[in-house]
Each structure stands twice: as C-alpha cells, then as structure tokens.
Design a binder for this molecule. Structure first.
Ligand code: CA
Length: 361
C-alpha cells in the first residue's frame, strides 16, 4: 500500500500511531496532526495566472500531504488589502502570503531584486540566480529580520511595455506622460519627464479609458486582455523593460514555518516549485493565444525604438546605483545580482537568444 493511500485510509490518530510503530521517526513527522493555515495574496481572488496559480499551489500541498495540510486562500481585499500582506504574515496574523517582493520596497529597497528590476534578469536567469547563484540565501537573509521565510513561487515571464494612447517615437514623447507604472520603473519614467502613478488593478481600465492616465503597464497579453485594456488604448508596446521576468513569492511566517514537521516543509517547498513550472507554462500558452486576439482586434503592436530603451536603461542604472550607494544591504544584493546577470548574459546571447534569432531565417 502506498503511503498516501495508507494515510488517506486512516481516520483516527490512534490507528495511525498503532500502525506506525517501528518507524519512530516517520511517526513523529507524520502524525495525524492536521495543519490549517490562512494565506493572503496581493491578487484578486482567482485572478487568471497569479490567483489561479495560488489555487494550484494550495491544491498541491493538500494532495501531497494526504489532506494533513490545508490552506485557506484569501484574495486581495477579502481579509486584508493587497499591500498589507507583508505585515500580516510578518506579524503572524496569518501564516502565509503570496505576492511579489518588489511590493515591499518600502521595508527595504533590497526586496525588489528578488522580484524584478528594470533591465534586470529574465525568468531563466533569475531562477538560476535564486537557486544556483546565491540569490535565495540573500533573499532569506533580507526577510529574516521581518520574521519571514520566502520561497520562490511563480513568475509571469517577461511583461509588455504597456498600453499607450499615443506613439512613443522618441524619449521626448515620455515628457508629460501620465502612466500607471510602479516601483523603480516609475522612478525611471519620472526622471524621463513623465508622471508615474500607482493604481490598484480594479482602477486601471477606467483610468485609461477616461483619459485620467495616458498609459499603463500591467502584465502581458493574457492578463491585459482579461482587463480589456485593448479596448482602452490603441498602442501596445514591447518589450517590458520595467519587468523582464518578475519572480513571485510565497512568504511564510518564520515561527509558523519552524513548527512544521520536516515532511510538510518539503511538501510546501516542492509544491512552490511545481506551481512555478505550471504558472510559467500557463503564461507562455495563454499569452501567445491572447496576443493573437489582441492583434486581431486592431491594436497597433510596436517595439520601443532602441534609442528610447537605451535612455531608459541609462536612467535605470543611475537609479539603482543610487539605491545601492545609500544602503549596504542593497549594495550587497545588487552586486550579487549584477555580477550573476552579466555572467548569465554571456551564455544567453549564444544560446537562447541565438536560437530565437534563427526564427526568421
Ligand atoms: Ca507590471
């Protein structure tokens, strides 16, 4: 009998204990104790991609644990507002959260390197850095003083540059542009002469449609189509220089994490990895499909001119170097990130990029 079937077939702790004598260690880590945690997220409930990814994660955890671990998910605003997730998990009001580390740059600017920075690493590179380049150790170090334990959990892949209601032919066209673009990307826009604003998901469409903003970035074709942004602006620009491959996170209250038996820790960790593969695959498939729909709707899909991207990149480096100069922790994370990215690019140029370049031969 497989262990999972065995556990599923046992109804009482007495029976379980009786049947596992002789495997003392197993019995102590696989008692009938049931764990029910609450998880708050920064996404609307069931939001395509991110929200559904969270649902997949908690289903994996429940199934792999044979029902011993149950996680109740609360989308943004259901229990607490989106941007209070960090504090709620940190303080122990709930055990678990899902979001993106750059939302917490108000705690320390070091957090955002674990999600995405403008002109930073793409999805493959950031995964390599986190798992094989020391990134995850740094992330845990940065979150530890907040009593949090982070696990990478999902990635949207490279985003789109955003929706505009006028063409961007030169850097001057960004002057006076009022755009929904958060984080470092927003600061870059500000230094380029624009006005960055941050809006919750629920307000983006109306703001763009009524002209209270001139442009917005959100995610990519799959998410943007769901918001109807193609009906509110004519131009859809790429690439998403502001978010080249944002990693998403599962954050766990450190005290809660330390109470978990080893097998449940492993189940949570592996479920986050499995969910990441699932989300990446879903975004690739659905973005491709949604892009065709957006193109068919008559949207003008354009690349930013190289000189615009070069100037945005120059400003981005300026902003990030200033953040690093102001804080030794940011400096240390940025140095690790920057060096890893430089090394990874050497390989990427003659591997992934080279093969993609053959597409039109
Ligand atoms: Ca975005």
């Amino acid at each position: 009998m497989k262990r999972r079937d065995f556990l599923a077939g046992i109804g009482t702790s007495a029976a379980l204990t009786a049947c596992t004598t002789g495997t003392e260690q197993q019995a102590s880590t696989a008692t009938s104790e049931r764990v029910t945690w609450r998880m708050v997220t920064t996404w609307p409930p069931n939001f395509p991609g991110q929200g559904t990814g969270v649902n997949t994660l908690v289903r994996y955890i429940n199934e792999l644990s044979g029902g011993r671990m149950t996680i109740e998910v609360y989308g943004a605003g259901e229990l607490i507002p989106a941007f209070e997730v960090f504090d709620a998990v940190s303080g122990g009001a709930v055990e678990m959260g899902h979001g993106a580390a750059y939302y917490w740059r108000g705690k320390t600017e070091a957090t955002q390197f674990f999600a995405s920075i403008p002109f930073g690493m793409n999805i493959h590179e950031i995964n390599a850095w986190l798992y094989y380049g020391g990134g995850l150790e740094l992330w845990r170090e940065v979150y530890e003083p907040f009593n949090l334990y982070p696990i990478p959990a999902g990635n949207t892949g490279v985003q789109m540059g955003g929706w505009f209601n006028r063409p961007i032919d030169s850097i001057e066209d960004l002057r006076g542009l009022k755009m929904r673009i958060p984080g470092v990307g927003g600061e870059v826009l500000r230094r380029a002469g624009g006005t960055p604003v941050n809006l919750p998901i629920s307000e983006i469409f109306t703001a763009l449609q009524t002209g209270s903003i001139d442009a917005t970035e959100w995610v990519g074709p799959y998410n943007d189509l769901a918001l109807g942004l193609h009906t509110a602006a004519q131009y859809y620009y790429y690439p998403g220089w502001q978010e080249p491959g944002p990693a998403l996170e599962c954050m766990i209250n450190l005290d809660a994490w330390n109470t978990l038996p080893e097998d449940l820790k492993a189940i949570v960790t592996v479920s986050c990895q499995a969910m990441s593969l699932d989300m990446v695959s879903e975004f690739m498939a659905r973005n491709a499909n949604a892009l065709e729909q957006i193109r068919a709707s008559g949207t003008d899909i354009r690349a930013f001119p190289d000189e615009v991207l070069a100037e945005l990149k120059r400003i981005s480096n300026e902003v990030i170097e200033e953040l690093a100069a102001a804080d030794p922790l940011v400096e240390r994370v940025w140095t690790s990130y920057r060096d890893f990215q430089a090394q990874a690019r050497g390989w990427q140029l003659i591997s992934e990029q080279a093969i993609l370049n053959t597409t039109n031969l």
